[in-house]
Design a protein around this ligand. Structure first.
Ligand code: ZN
Length: 351
């Protein structure tokens, strides 16, 4: 890639705190955000939170609401139809990963700003200028819009299902591997390696690891640590201008499983499993990672996620083909079936 300039896309303001949703109209006036708004939200649990946000919007604000429950290209088109109809000044994404992904991709395509109001700390898409949308050619993230502001209300995030919180921890711990893979690509392939952004991503992983020691005792403190880690991981991607600091072989494994078994699995859970396996390949202490995840109730076995042994092994053998330009510990040729099977058994992902 021959680029003259390096563009860093970062959120302008991040609000983190307890019950801050009630101050949303103050934040909007500080940032000069005015209606009409287009609110993108989910259909069930997150819709209730969106209603609470709406109650606290500036008086006389004009808005339209669109509900989605998947993150496909069709959902993006649906949002765009409403964009054309109501001509909003800004999009508000109120929801989990899917809602935020659709909102930021629609914002990017329509050259609009968006505000990220996460309802669960399930992955680092809350801040990053990349989105994962189904129906595009590849199962990996695409360029999207960075949020103008993030409003992370700890009270709301702490009430999200524990499975989603744990998934966020899995997604963040994965940066340990992503950064190792990046270093490897720099050594073996001469790829550019950004020390600062790598350190930032690694710090996120360390925070998430620390979080596993706290979260069972103090959910709110744990969620605060996690959300800050997720935000700084997204910032690392925005600074690097790519997902490189936050996505390596552990994500390639997760994307490979998503291809083979698209329903009912959470991204962060697959990244957690991938992290245990790739830690073994990198010669990192995978047992500590597995133990810490297990202690917080994270599914550390494939069958806990409804995955068969064959799906795990197959995913390991095709992971290197998902994004061939991204060099990782899996190399150019990937794993053979028998080595994949052996590694999955040694790390107790399969029995
Ligand atoms: Zn991820």
């Amino acid at each position: 890639m021959n680029v003259k300039e390096h563009v860093i896309s970062l959120p302008r303001r991040v609000f983190v705190g307890h019950d801050i949703i009630y101050d949303i109209s103050i934040y909007f006036s500080q940032l000069g955000i005015t209606s009409p708004f287009l609110i993108v939200t989910g259909t069930k649990y997150t819709k209730k939170i969106a209603d609470k946000v709406i109650e606290n919007l500036p008086k006389d604000a004009k808005y339209e609401v669109i509900e989605i429950d998947t993150a496909t290209l069709d959902d993006v088109y649906k949002v765009e139809e409403v964009v054309k109809k109501v001509n909003p000044n800004i999009l508000l994404g109120i929801g989990g990963g899917k809602v935020i992904d659709v909102t930021k991709y629609a914002a990017f395509r329509n050259n609009l700003e968006f505000v990220s109001i996460p309802t669960s700390p399930s992955h680092d898409g809350i801040t990053s200028p990349f989105a994962s949308i189904k129906g595009l050619q590849k199962p990996v993230s695409v360029k999207a819009k960075e949020p103008l502001a993030i409003i992370a209300d700890i009270e709301i995030l702490s009430l999200s299902p524990r499975r989603l919180i744990n998934a966020g921890i899995g997604d963040t711990i994965g940066k340990i591997i992503a950064v190792r893979d990046w270093r490897l690509a720099a050594k073996l392939r001469g790829e550019y390696y950004g020390d600062y952004t790598a350190s930032l991503a690694l710090m996120s992983a360390k925070h998430a690891f620390q979080c596993t020691k706290i979260i069972n005792k103090d959910i709110k403190y744990g969620v605060r640590m996690l959300i800050e880690a997720l935000i700084s991981s997204g910032v690392a991607m925005g600074m690097a201008g790519s997902t490189r600091p936050a996505s390596g072989s552990e994500h390639l494994f997760a994307h490979a499983v998503e291809l083979l078994h698209p329903e009912g699995v959470l991204h962060g859970e697959l990244v957690g499993l991938g992290t245990i396996i790739m830690a073994y390949l990198h010669g990192i202490n995978w047992k500590i990672i597995r133990d810490r995840l297990k202690k917080i109730g994270f599914p550390v076995k494939a069958k806990d996620l409804g995955l068969s042994d064959e799906e795990v092994i197959k995913a390991l053998t095709i992971a290197h083909t998902i994004r061939p330009e991204r060099y990782t510990i899996l190399g150019d040729r990937g794993l053979t079936w028998s080595s994949a099977e052996k590694i999955a058994r040694v790390t107790k992902i399969i029995d």
